[in-house]
Design a protein around this ligand. Structure first.
Ligand code: HXC
Ligand code: NAP
Length: 279
């Protein structure tokens, strides 16, 4: 659906780009001409992903081991990434999450999720932003959030708090950095199967089945669908969009929200039987 050189010449850092949705977005960016830097905590996972992506696309993929909870490590990551030339884009994709009853969470459990999702995204975004501003270089940031950034959600409270914060960062910096030519947007995905998310969020088959179909379209998202949206938002073709969050969830959160949406379980006979009788 895109011109093959949509992202030609752009160097994009994807945090958590060695697995799941980060890897799928990276593959699409490479197909569209971008160069990639991917980071994560596990070097072997990054190396394997980079080899797979290079073989599939012929593109350039650099890897950087980094725990983005550590601000000094993030500065070193960005310094190393810039040593090969400036970045043009950043995707805040790395995340940590699990389901738990909130009253059982330890402080370390809360910190683990807030540290990755909220602090990590802030450290990486600010480290890139200050370089872009100093160099007067236009750039694009895309953050992967969730629809519960605005609805909230039971059983994933640290993640909901952190994603809400990332959305607030997106909207705030879109205004503060707009005149510097830096655009910031977000994507809120519904269920897109990945090993990382499914192992931690829907560890039982019955939970997974319900999670996968409780949306208007009755199916999970395809990685390509998300990767295409991300490519558009990272490209200059979306040059007038900033501070926004695009939902790609098959109508999941609206289905949960509408007061009478539960009536979709009724059949034609039920509706006929409920019609007021004439006369
Ligand atoms: C309760 C838990 C827990 C669980 C870990 N902890 N898992 N508590 N229930 N299931 C607690 C630990 O007991 C510990 O606290 C603290 O959290 C830190 O755990 P560690 O294992 O030491 O931390 P670490 O190795 O840093 O791992 C971070 C992690 C892990 C977040 C806990 O799951 C991880 O590495 N995740 C990265 C990948 C990921 O989460 N992907 C899914 C993203 S999906 P104590 O006090 O015992 O020491 C996503 C989708 C959103 O975000 C929307 C879906 C629609
Ligand atoms: P995933 O495969 O588990 O991806 C998470 C990535 O983050 C991993 O590559 C992980 O690599 C990296 N990461 C975690 N902690 C890190 C840290 N401290 N420092 C650096 N990297 C770290 O899960 P996913 O499903 O693809 O999720 C990707 C994004 O989509 C996340 O932001 C998630 O919240 C969002 N999302 C997913 C869904 C879905 O249905 N899948 C729905 C809504 C939103 P290491 O473990 O090697 O560090």
């Amino acid at each position: 659906m895109f011109l093959p050189d949509l992202l030609r010449g752009k160097r994009i850092l994807i945090t958590g780009g060695g697995t799941g949705l980060g890897k799928s977005m990276g593959r699409r960016f490479l197909e569209l001409g971008a160069g990639l830097v991917i980071c994560g905590r596990r070097g072997a996972v990054l190396d394997e992903a980079a080899a797979e992506l290079r073989a599939a696309t012929g593109g350039t993929v650099a890897t950087q081991v980094c725990d983005i909870r550590d601000a000094a490590a993030v500065d070193a990551l960005i310094e190393r990434a810039w040593a090969d030339g400036p970045l043009d884009g950043l995707v805040n994709n790395a995340a940590g999450n699990f389901i738990a009853r909130s009253e059982t969470l330890s402080p370390r459990a809360v910190d683990a999720v807030l540290g990755i999702v909220l602090h990590g995204a802030a450290y990486v975004t600010l480290a890139c932003g200050r370089r872009w501003i100093a160099a007067k270089r236009p750039a694009t940031v895309l953050s992967i959030v969730t629809t519960y950034a605005w609805t909230g959600s039971a059983y994933v409270v640290p993640s909901a708090m952190a994603k809400a914060g990332v959305l607030a960062m997106t909207r705030s910096l879109a205004v503060e950095w707009g005149r510097a030519g830096i655009r910031l947007n977000a994507i809120a995905p519904g269920p897109f199967p990945t090993k990382g998310a499914w192992e931690r969020l829907v560890p039982r088959p019955d939970l997974a089945a319900e999670f996968e179909t409780r949306n208007a379209l009755g199916r999970v998202g395809k990685h390509d669908e998300l990767a295409d949206l991300a490519s558009y938002l990272m490209s200059d073709r979306s040059g007038y969009i900033t501070g926004d969050c695009i939902t790609i969830d098959g109508g999941e959160w609206l289905k949960g929200a509408g007061q009478f949406n539960f009536l979709d379980r009724l059949g034609a006979d039920d509706w006929d039987a409920m019609k007021p009788k004439k006369g």
